[in-house]
Write a protein that binds this ligand. Structure first.
Ligand code: IPE
Ligand code: IPE
Ligand code: MG
Length: 261
């Protein structure tokens, strides 16, 4: 992916003691980074605020993560914003989130235009409240022609639901004679996932210290490197992002084979 090095250096000026841009190899920036943005509620609680304030603060962290990804030259940034299980939260929190998604997206569309970012949704967005759905569709339409980074926002996303949906689509294709059952392979499943056409994530970051996937990208992360940080999502900055990339670049990826060096 193209990156503007001058802009990147300016963006990363004023480094803290433990990390700077020179600690990462710009030739080995992961092409797809996924983030499970967790810890908004705890961030708010620690400040004596309502959980909703944590979600509002989380939006700022997300904007920064999008900008950081563009500056670093990441091809795909995917983020988990609302799971199929998050409907279990109190109704007022669900409503707040749905409202926040809509208002935020409207506000951020100029940023996507400016940075040439193409928006994509992972998940069943047809099941969202109409106002949210309408804004999402407008976002898709307005960014369709953008050729820079893909920003994939997972909303009403669950990996098991995604795989079941792919199985349904395949079953229909087999029943209609479009696909031979004996030819169903990994590629034919992958082509029916929400992430069809995207590379698998190379790095998955989860904030707030939880070591679990919570039903995110089960298929796609087969060989993804995990990075868990205790930092709560609203506190996650461009520097935390760089720490994650530095850690990733220190890993030895074997993909089941043998690495000699
Ligand atoms: C992540 O923060 C945001 C969403 C799941 C929408 P949480 O709301 O899960 O925050 P914690 O985990 O309760 O602190
Ligand atoms: C995962 O976070 C979902 C999102 C970040 C959108 P949760 O906070 O919902 O996950 P659990 O309940 O801790 O597993
Ligand atoms: Mg959480």
């Amino acid at each position: 992916m193209q990156r503007d090095e001058a802009k990147l250096r300016e963006y990363y000026a004023g480094a803290p003691d433990d990390i700077s841009l020179s600690d990462v190899d710009l030739e080995r920036i992961p092409s797809h980074i996924s983030i499970i943005m967790d810890g908004n509620g705890r961030w708010a609680q620690a400040r004596g605020l309502d959980r909703s304030e944590g979600h509002v603060a989380g939006v700022d962290a997300l904007r920064e993560a999008v900008t950081t990804s563009v500056r670093l030259g990441v091809d795909v940034l995917s983020v988990y914003a609302f799971s199929t299980e998050n409907w279990r939260r109190p109704q007022h929190e669900v409503n707040l989130l749905m409202h926040l998604f809509a208002t935020t997206l409207v506000k951020e569309l100029p940023l996507f235009a400016q940075e040439n970012v193409r928006l994509l949704f992972l998940g069943d967005i047809d099941a969202l409240p109409k106002v949210t759905r309408d804004v999402f569709e407008k976002g898709l339409e307005e960014t369709r022609g953008n050729t820079g980074m893909v920003f994939a926002l997972a909303v009403n996303y669950g990996s098991r639901a995604e795989i079941a949906r792919a199985a349904r689509a395949l079953a229909r294709d087999v029943a209609a004679g479009r696909v031979d059952a004996d030819e169903v392979d990994e590629a034919s499943v992958a082509a029916r996932l929400y992430t069809a056409g995207l590379p698998d994530p190379e790095l998955l970051i989860r904030t707030s210290g939880e070591n679990r996937l919570s039903n995110f990208l089960l298929w796609q992360i087969a060989y993804t490197e995990f990075y868990v940080t205790d930092t709560l999502w609203p506190d996650f900055t461009r520097w935390d992002y760089l720490r994650a990339v530095r850690d990733f670049q220190g890993r030895k990826r074997r993909f089941g084979g043998v690495v000699n060096k």
